[in-house]
Ligand binder design. Structure first.
Ligand code: NAP
Length: 329
């Protein structure tokens, strides 16, 4: 049994941590819920017991075994090392540590062994999590040569601000968060623009995929697009493989890989859609077909719940597997 702290417990990802910890029956002795001063004193029910949210400070992590962070990169940068120093294992949902070469970046189905690298473990970007699992399945069998991602990302990926902007603009109010009315258009801009004309979100997908697959030179690029969908991201993936393949074998590889569900019969309108993934932790894969533009090219399409598998559930799955291997304390 563990003493667990949730940093950002009142947020979209933080509240989903609680839901997933309960569903997975994670062995919790004591639970501490932390947020900013704004939410201090707020009451939250977990497993029929009432908890009071506390303001995060330097003394929040005494006797904590596991700290799950989802309060943004600045909070993680300051407080994750403090939690770690107090002896806690940290699993962090922000982008703060993902590209730090001394910190693990983990999707359990892909590179669980990397957890041994560090006591601060980074949870990857939501779109990368759902993309890298089928890529790992394909890499093991055929080898990856080149990858091109195009995402269709739900507004919940921006937290409460994104959800509220879609709801409000659907009621004909002016956008407060996105630069355009998200209820009426897709927006090909997620996170800040960088000097190479990519956005930070796009480069997260590139760099995180390379890091987790241990392929620093993988040829890969991404376009990330916000779409007027409340929850669950979709990613279209073009992948050029080293070896030739049979399409039915590819379908078998995907359907036999942990965490993936094959939904792939276009003639019967069966393919991954948000309505399948909302509220569960599977990655749905379909629209599998040959890319007609190159040799050994393959196209596929994935959908997953970005708040669950793309954030909270992936982090809890890391913690649960570490518990099973006796690696938390
Ligand atoms: N949404 C996604 O799909 C997704 C996916 C992967 C990763 N993430 C990452 O997870 C983090 C949280 O995202 P979210 O969508 O859950 O955002 P959110 O709904 O806006 O929640 C933010 C949480 O952080 C807390 N917080 C903010 N500033 C704080 C501070 N100075 N000290 C302590 N707590 C503070 C907030 O507490 P108050 O209630 O007190 O303000 C709230 O609990 C971000 O780093 C985000 O990039 C999100």
């Amino acid at each position: 049994m563990y003493n667990v702290a949730i940093v950002g417990a009142t947020g979209l990802v933080g509240s989903t941590f609680l839901k997933v910890l309960e569903e997975y029956q994670f062995p919790i002795k004591n639970l501490k819920l932390l947020a900013s001063s704004k939410s201090a004193g707020k009451k939250i029910i977990f497993k029929n017991k009432e908890y009071i949210v506390e303001e995060l400070n330097e003394n929040s992590f005494t006797n904590i075994d596991l700290a799950l962070f989802s309060a943004g990169a600045d909070v993680s940068k300051k407080f994750a090392p403090i939690a770690c120093k107090e002896g806690a294992l940290v699993i962090d949902n922000s982008s703060c540590w993902r590209q730090d070469p001394t910190k693990a970046l983990v999707v359990p189905e892909v590179n669980f062994d990397d957890v041994k690298m560090s006591r601060i473990i980074a949870n990857p970007n939501c779109s990368t999590i759902q993309s890298i699992i089928p890529l790992k399945a394909l890499d093991d069998k055929y080898g990856l040569k080149r990858v091109v991602y195009t995402t269709y990302q739900a507004v919940s990926g921006s937290g409460m601000k994104g959800i509220n902007d879609l709801k409000n603009t659907l009621n004909n109010e002016k956008p407060q968060f996105y630069p355009y009315d998200i209820s009426k258009t897709c927006i090909p801009e997620i996170d800040v623009a960088l000097d190479n004309d990519y956005t930070k979100e796009e480069m997260k997908m590139v760099n995180e995929t390379r890091k987790m697959l241990h392929k620093p030179d993988l040829k890969i690029s991404a376009t990330c697009v916000r779409v007027p969908v409340m929850n669950s991201h979709a990613v279209s993936i073009m992948v050029e493989l080293e070896k030739s393949f049979d399409i039915e074998d590819v379908r078998n590889v995907i359907s036999n890989f942990p965490g993936l569900v094959l939904v792939d019969n276009i003639k019967e309108h069966k393919y991954p859609i948000s309505l399948l993934s909302n509220g569960n932790d599977k990655v749905y894969v379909g629209r599998i077909r040959r890319d007609l533009s190159c040799d050994n090219g393959l196209l596929l399409y994935t959908v997953a719940d970005n708040i669950r598998k793309g954030a909270a559930a992936n982090a809890v799955q890391i913690a649960f597997k570490m518990h099973e291997y006796g690696l938390i304390k």
